[in-house]
Design a protein around this ligand. Structure first.
Ligand code: AMP
Length: 217
């Protein structure tokens, strides 16, 4: 199974991608996590992408496509793309690459969410700087407040979850996403899911959509 998730920052792509991967035994390829790991490793590529990430700007398409190509090419398993593609050129490059590998995308899920729900999700999001697990103070709290369940590290607010950066990320998303959505919609294998509800309820909706899509095939 090879899926891609589209949706604004905070629409639940990361959380739902993890659950989809558990349900269907797939690999989660989250472009934001991949970039942050690169940035934290201070590799040459990490230094190139750092300023874009910290300012809520998109990393240039050629860098992004190359990075994702390296991740996808060695995979034997199916995967869920989360956060990539984010622009029309990325989508076209991805489709070309997967076509050449004879492993085309089988479903694109477009997450849509109520704007008021979205704002609340950002205010409460916390991440572990060590293992990159994501929590939320209301809906997905760690066992001990402010402490990662996996490794005991102190949780932080991501640089790009700060309100002024969030506004910029959502604006960038809306500008770049419309042509991308139109592109995938006309290719087919494209479904929209409303992800405004609580996490477990959204998981049911999402897994159900995926199962039904593959049953109908
Ligand atoms: P995310 O965790 O998906 O919200 O991504 C965090 C940041 O990483 C974004 O604000 C961008 O700076 C960068 N980023 C993530 N995915 C992409 C992508 N597909 N293309 C360009 N930049 C990206």
């Amino acid at each position: 199974m090879r899926l891609a998730l589209l949706g604004p920052p905070g629409s639940g792509k990361g959380t739902q991608a993890q659950r989809i991967c558990e349900a269907f035994n797939l690999v989660h390829l989250a472009s934001g996590d991949i970039l942050r790991a690169e940035k934290n490793s201070a590799s040459p590529l990490g230094l190139q992408v750092r300023d874009f990430i910290d300012n809520g700007l998109l990393v240039p398409d050629d860098l992004m496509v190359e990075l994702m190509r390296q991740k996808i090419i060695g995979l034997k398993q199916g995967f869920v793309l989360d956060g990539f593609p984010r622009t029309l050129p990325q989508a076209q490059a991805l489709n070309r690459m997967l076509f050449e590998l004879d492993r085309p995308l089988m479903l694109v899920l477009n997450f849509v969410v109520n704007p008021r729900v979205l704002a609340r999700r950002f205010e409460g999001r916390r991440v572990c700087p060590v293992c990159l697990s994501v929590y939320h103070i209301d809906s997905l709290p760690p066992a001990r407040p402010g402490i990662c369940d996996n490794d005991g590290a102190a949780l932080i607010i991501r640089e790009d979850d700060k309100p002024e950066v969030v506004q910029k990320r959502i604006a960038t998303y809306q500008e770049t996403m419309a042509p991308l959505i139109a592109y995938f919609a006309q290719l087919g294998n494209f479904k929209t899911v409303d992800t405004s509800a609580e996490i477990d309820e959204v998981t049911k909706l999402v897994l159900d959509k995926i199962r039904r899509h593959f049953e109908d095939e």
